[in-house]
Design a protein around this ligand. Sequence first.
Ligand code: TPP
Ligand code: MG
Length: 385
Amino acid sequence: MSVFRTTIPAPPQDEPMVQLLAPDGTRTPHDELDPVLAHLTGEDLRGFYRDMVMIRAADLEATALQRQGQLGLWASALGQEGAQIGIGHASRPQDYFVPTYREHGVAWARGIEPMTLLEMFRGISHCGWDPHELRTHPYMIVLGAQTPHAVGYAMGIQRDGAVGTGDVETDTAVLALFGDGTSSEGEVSESFTFAASFQAPVVFYTQNNQWAISVPTSVQSRVPLAQRSRGWGIPSVRVDGNDVLACLAVGRIALDAARAGEGPRFIEALTYRMAAHTTSDDPTRYRPRAEEEEWAAKDPIARLRLHLAQSDEIDEAFTTACDEEGHELAMRLHHHIHAMPDPDPRELFEHVYAEPHPLVAEERAAYDDYLAQFEDEAQDQEGVR
Ligand SMILES: Cc1ncc(C[n+]2csc(CCOP(=O)(O)OP(=O)(O)O)c2C)c(N)n1
Ligand SMILES: [Mg+2]
């Protein structure tokens, strides 16, 4: 045997996955997780189902609106509803969430209106909600930039004494969200270091949706992502990200531990990005159709529907009512966005810095000249007529 060792004796990809709901809706009992979910009522479960249906309806409508030229871009969360609604409901109101750009289900669970997200992707707002009030940071597109923010915030909470006091109203945890590809960013490793060294009250939550645009997760890591943080001494788990109940349960355990002052946790939620990376992407160029079909059979919404139907918690009238409500939401989004004026492209230069900046002023002037060309062209065309 070589003197060289890894901390992981098991071969790569050999990491157990916590699952409570099988794709056919069967519920597996679990000694540690069942007590965490024992208080859930049928109404709670129906609420999770409705949440997922609503957010999928909004997501599909947003993609259509982008195709109609109404949004600049849309990053679909199709297929990730279970991972997002599960972790969203695992939190307490005072917890602080630090998202990426694909957290529409998380946003929904935190009380952010889908309309607000669409307005942001239309380019008329930078955020649109009050991060302090809704305890949810603005979306972040710069990969990994949000994880040091989350850890810094968690260390601040620690210094404010809002950790480990036993007060359920004030003890607070931070949730740092990032994707599988983002796990390769240096900021994530640095965040693990600080979180572990200071035992910060932060939970790292990766939705491993298998792809970072066209790069598969297997290229990002030689070991299952869940094993990554263990080298830092951060306890971690791989959970079925298409199982809303398992995500909720492990999320609760992790956030409770962080709030109690037991330090950071890391959750890898194994899921699948069912749509393109964004509306600018064409996944048929790089991923096999068979893989998409395999994951369609593990759909988080269908899974919960099957489970609730098996336990007589829902009937067709309920699922139809949810579908209709989703359709009404989509129509509201459609009409609202279509009725909006176009954003002024010059606003791009607002809010870059709090105070005037010579480089921004120079770039704004150059852009003004660029836009002026089109005004001249429009006048020329007027003249020809
Ligand atoms: C620092 C940085 N590098 C590159 C990009 C371009 N980019 C945007 S999304 C993306 C892939 C991210 O994949 P992952 O972390 O798995 O998240 P997912 O999009 O799958 O949710 C890349 C490379 C960026 N936004 N920021
Ligand atoms: Mg990804």
